[in-house]
Design a protein around this ligand. Sequence first.
Ligand code: FE2
Length: 386
Amino acid sequence: MWEFYLPTRIIFGRESLNRLGIEIKSLGEPVLLVTGKKAIRDSGILDRVNRILNKEKIACVVYDRVSPEPDTEVVDRGVTFARQNRCKVVVGIGGGSAIDVAKAIAGLGLEENFASVAEYLEGEGTKRLSSYGLPFIAIPTTAGTGAEVARNAVIINKPTRSKRSFRSNYLFARIAIIDPTLTINLPQKITASSGVDTLTHLVEGYVSRKANIMTDVLAIRGISLVGEALISVYNKGSDLEAREKMCLASLMGGVVLTNSGLGIAHGVSPFLGALHGIPHGVANGILLPRAIEFNLSSRIQKFKSVALALGEKIEGLPEEEAAYKALSAVERIVKELAIPRNLGEFGVKSEDLPELAKKSLTSNSTRGNPRQVTYEDLLEALRKIL
Ligand SMILES: [Fe+2]
């Protein structure tokens, strides 16, 4: 038995941002625009959005307090801000953080007796949503997180030093507008780290315990798109065709992770972010090769397909050797993107590893890993990348 669920309407294509005004009109106003502090303004995207909203005479308030590693406080303040301004719709525009904060604010916007999003975090709080909040439109400006079609928001809870998901079927965006032209000016480093995040979603989702035929089809096509486009877009950011392919891969990765879950790389990477400030995509770039190595023997056929999708020549090779090519392909990509190779570069010390392993073991992603994983397995894998 398996389940596949995606209630979000997807609008994909160059200049599709222009549809925003009409879509908001059908949902209500004023609109709350949630975004980061700087990048959207500097890149001119915020001006583009304002022009579109002005054209339709849509009332709008901006909440631009989102930093790259958002915490419970930024969500709580956003909920208060949305209520004070009586917002009827929430639009999240930016990278995964802005979309996640917007998603959480929308989800909690109508919640009665609301105190803090901390009460809704997995493994931390006990409250659950029982209905939809404010209608939410997600507009990604990076190709990576797939947050526009995911039903979770990843939030740091400072008091417990954890990075946790606020997850609910009521958090799905009403509409995702994916316009590849918005990613054209992404800095090279973010192109690399968000692209590796996408690759990790696709590979981990493809081999996960909960994978099914629907997620398999999306994952393997997404992996081949990453193989075709990621290095090109890293070397030439203005390549709109390659940008478009990465936006598609990211979208597919988001649908996959939502429906099949992930694995140990995503079991560990949020804690590398919360405890050591390592950017999510970079952490995944360091972890993914070790995750593949650990899982290889349990999904030989699937890793063979990953190798093939990434352009490796596997014809005539024995099964295991062919599957192993998936590991060398991913290692080559990560190297070409100049992703750091180990955690030591970020100041992680060997005495930090037990806490990391212990916390990672409690993650839902770790539970979805194809091979059962113990505390000792995690510790050993972490030692290898220290
Ligand atoms: Fe991720």
